[in-house]
Design a protein around this ligand. Structure first.
Ligand SMILES: Nc1ncnc2c1ncn2[C@@H]1O[C@H](COP(=O)(O)OP(=O)(O)O)[C@@H](O)[C@H]1O
Ligand SMILES: [Mg+2]
Length: 526
């Protein structure tokens, strides 16, 4: 039985446009158009400097984007409107790959699109389309030769009848987004990118802190992809940051693909932010930052088609996932240890060198090649309790003494007390008084009776004199104790007590701890 071969007409419907513009906002759309100018400038490599000018008129609700990247040949104009058409094969380190960016972008932004382009010094051509063309059956589009020529190698895109309103706030957000997304092109390749005539400055994220033993580490390796034969250079840098942004969520993983920022401050479970790995996102891990940079054929980049997210199922992401998680986990753990002491343990170390490590093709990052997690520093109370546990077992009277030292330390740290020095003075001085009483009652070879103690303690000056007979203590300290006792009496008994400075309290604190050490062998952490 013979079968006749039939054909299906698979010409796509114009409705394709509607699906490809979904999920496109101002930032994604403008970036696609900038990407194209960068790609056209990079490949084939041009020697002139690239200028990209974005103008957004919020009064007129119109956008003009122009660039001098090269322009489009007359024979290639269809690449500007036909979905899927592209100059890139996906083998070069460009940003374009899907052949849909420019079409999605312009249609998502505007109902009226005019593209004028001049390839090198050839003629200037213009194509114009609107919603009527987008809904018509035909894919044919007329274009015109423009007598009023553009400068050579220029493309100018005019968008009007915008599909959504753009206001000043949107412009501010766009400016920030561009400064982050194209930072490396601006900084490393000298691209001039302007938004409403203001130059976009590079905003990078590599401001590291270099605390001793916890400097940033950078690993690099070349991945060879079995299925495509592509080679991708992978670089990952992990570390702590030395400046906390006003935006407390500016931490996590930053991923650049071919120089363009794709993911910013990502904290997905796939990157390690889950319990059992780096832990769920928390401000204690907010000092940890990991920057990943992938360079290779655009068709092998693990981005989504809007280039604003990583495709976690992509084979390249799967190949580097373990390494990313390892680095995230390590620095998140360091952050958790040091975050509470940021001002003293991290912030002062703003300069240093990144530790660079090379990995073989198939080698993965082992914890041993990352900094050790610093030992947890005990809080003051736990440290004091632990240091003096044994002495307290033998001499129960010392417990109240070191607890008073802890209480004063905690109280002094309370930020909401305006006059905590008054309370500190009272606690410290009472501790001295009680300590001397305990000393004379328990520690000397012939302890004093209750009656004698009661008599002696009628006058504090006498107490000091009596204790001085038994205690080998620097005379300067006795002098200081006398001075602070008087300060305390002034505070309690006089109408206008003089101010008590931080330096005074600090000095008295040291005297009290020294006294407790000499008299009872109590110990305090430095
Ligand atoms: N500003 C531009 N300058 C030069 N060529 C451009 C420009 N914008 C778009 N093109 C051409 O149009 C093609 C299609 O762009 P696009 O739809 O974004 O897909 P892709 O970037 O994936 O190639 C590009 O490959 C390029 O040839
Ligand atoms: Mg593109």
């Amino acid at each position: 039985m013979s079968q006749s071969l039939r054909q299906i007409d698979a010409t796509p419907s114009k409705r394709t446009y509607r699906s490809i513009i979904a999920d496109y906002g101002l930032e994604t759309a403008i970036c696609e158009l900038i990407d194209n100018a960068i790609d056209s400038w990079i490949s084939p490599r041009k020697h002139h400097s690239l200028h990209i000018d974005v103008k957004i008129d919020v009064d007129q609700q119109a956008i003009v984007i122009s660039d001098n990247s090269g322009g489009v040949k007359e024979s290639e104009l269809r690449k500007l409107i036909s979905p899927g058409e592209s100059s890139t094969t996906g083998d070069s380190t460009t940003i374009g790959v899907f052949g849909v960016g420019s079409k999605r972008a312009v249609v998502a932004l505007a109902q009226h699109v005019q593209i004028t382009t001049r390839f090198q010094t050839q003629g200037t051509y213009r194509l114009v389309y609107d919603d009527e063309w987008l809904t018509s059956e035909s894919w044919d589009l007329p274009y015109t030769i423009v007598a009023d020529k553009l400068p050579p190698s220029t493309t100018e895109i005019h968008l009007s009848r915008l599909r959504f309103r753009i206001d000043g706030l949107d412009l501010g957000r766009l400016q920030k987004h561009l400064s982050m997304t194209y930072a490396h092109f601006v900084e490393d390749r000298g691209i001039v990118l302007q938004l409403n005539s203001g130059a976009i400055m590079a905003h990078t994220f590599d401001t590291w802190a270099y605390p001793p033993g916890c400097a940033p580490t950078q690993f690099s390796k070349t991945l060879s992809l079995e299925n495509t034969g592509g080679k991708i250079h992978f670089e990952i840098t992990g570390g702590l940051i030395c400046e906390r942004d006003s935006d407390a969520s500016e931490y996590g993983v930053y991923i650049y693909c071919n120089g363009r920022l794709i993911a910013r401050a990502a904290k997905d479970a796939e990157l390690g932010y889950m319990s059992g790995l780096a832990g769920v996102p928390h401000h204690r891990s907010s000092l940890a930052r990991v920057i990943v940079s992938l360079t290779g054929p655009s068709k092998d980049m693990p981005w989504n088609s809007s280039k604003n997210r990583i495709n976690f199922n992509h084979v390249v992401f799967q190949a580097i996932k373990g390494d990313i998680i390892q680095v995230v986990k390590n620095y998140a753990a360091i952050s958790r240890r040091l975050a509470a002491d940021f001002e003293s343990a991290v912030q002062p170390y703003a300069t240093g060198a990144i530790v660079a490590e090379h990995l073989a093709k198939t080698e993965s990052i082992k914890p041993s090649r990352l900094p050790d997690i610093p030992k947890s520093r005990k809080n003051f109370k736990d440290a004091v309790f632990e240091l003096n546990e044994k002495v307290a077992e033998e001499k129960p009277w010392v417990r109240g003494l070191y607890e008073a030292v802890v209480a004063e330390e905690i109280l002094a740290k309370q930020k909401h007390f305006e006059q905590s020095n008054r309370l500190s003075l009272i606690i410290l001085d009472s501790t001295v008084e009680i300590a001397l009483k305990d000393y004379l009652a328990n520690e000397i070879s012939q302890p004093m009776s209750d009656d004698r103690l009661a008599n002696l303690f009628k006058n504090r000056v006498d107490v000091h004199k009596e204790a001085e007979k038994h205690l080998q203590f620097d005379p300067a300290y006795w002098k200081k104790m006398g001075y602070f006792y008087k300060l305390r009496c002034d505070l309690i008994h006089k109408r206008a007590a003089s101010g008590i400075s931080d330096a005074d309290i600090d000095s008295y604190r040291r005297v009290v701890r020294r006294l407790l050490r000499e008299a009872f062998k109590l110990r305090f952490p430095r």
